[in-house]
Ligand binder design. Structure first.
Ligand code: ZN
Ligand code: ZN
Length: 205
C-alpha cells in the first residue's frame, strides 16, 4: 500500500477538492484492503468493493482501490451509509467497514485548539486510530455469477422496448422477458414531440 499522503493527493485530484470525505475514504480504503490481505489493490484481480454511499468518500475509495463501476469491481449499493465492504474473491474474506458517526467530536482532540469543524475533521480523521473512526465486521459475501467482472453472464432483449439487457437484470413474467424499466417503471419518462425538450435527430448534431 502506498503512503496515506500520496493516496490522499491522488484522490483529491480525482475528486476535485480536499474534504473530510476524501480523508475518510482513503483511510477506509487502506484499512479495507489491509483487512482482506490485498497489498497492491490497483494491480489485484481479486478485490471487489461494495460501497453504500454516492458521496465524497466514494471517489476516494475508487482512487485508493482502483476499483471502478466500469470494471465491475466497484459495486454501488444505495443505502445512504458511509460504509463499504471489501471482498477478496480469492480467499473469500470480506469485511464491512462503517464510518462511525461518533468520530466527529473526538476529531477535535487531534487538531489545534480553535480549529474549525472542517479543519478538525481533516486533521483528526487523518490520524485517529482506526477503531475511533470505523466499525469493522467480518461478513459473508458471495457475489452471484452475474455480478462478477468479466464477460456478461447473459444478454437478452426486452419484449416491450427491444433494448438489450445484460447480466440477468431482466424480469421474467408469464414466460415473457422484460427490462426493469418496462416491468417496474423507469427512472425517466420519455417525452413526445411537442414537449418543452425538443425531439431531436442525432444526425443533425
Ligand atoms: Zn468532497
Ligand atoms: Zn424494456
Amino acid at each position: 500500500m502506498q503512503a496515506f499522503d500520496v493516496l490522499l493527493k491522488e484522490s483529491v485530484a480525482l475528486h476535485g477538492h480536499l474534504c473530510p470525505g476524501q480523508v475518510i475514504g482513503v483511510r477506509m480504503g487502506i484499512l479495507g484492503c489491509t483487512l482482506v490481505g490485498i497489498e497492491d489493490p490497483r494491480r489485484s484481480k481479486s478485490l471487489l468493493v461494495y460501497v453504500e454511499i454516492d458521496r465524497c468518500a466514494t471517489d476516494a475509495l475508487q482512487s485508493v482501490t482502483g476499483c471502478t463501476l466500469g470494471r465491475r469491481t466497484l459495486k454501488y449499493v444505495d443505502y445512504g451509509k458511509v460504509a463499504a465492504t471489501f471482498l477478496n474473491t480469492q480467499t473469500g474474506r470480506a469485511y464491512r467497514v462503517l464510518a462511525r458517526d461518533d468520530a466527529r467530536e473526538p476529531a477535535y482532540a487531534y487538531a489545534p485548539p480553535g480549529a474549525s469543524k472542517q479543519e478538525a475533521q481533516l486533521q483528526g480523521y487523518s490520524v485517529m486510530p482506526y477503531d475511533e473512526l470505523f466499525r469493522v465486521r467480518p461478513v459473508l459475501l458471495q457475489p452471484p455469477e452475474e455480478d462478477q467482472p468479466g464477460h456478461s453472464a447473459s444478454r437478452v432483449a426486452c419484449e416491450t422496448c427491444g433494448e438489450g439487457v445484460n447480466d440477468r437484470r431482466e424480469v421474467r413474467a408469464e414466460g415473457r422477458v422484460f427490462c426493469r424499466a418496462c416491468a417496474h417503471g423507469a427512472y425517466y419518462q420519455p417525452l413526445a414531440a411537442g414537449s418543452p425538450i425538443p425531439v431531436v435527430s442525432v444526425r443533425d448534431i
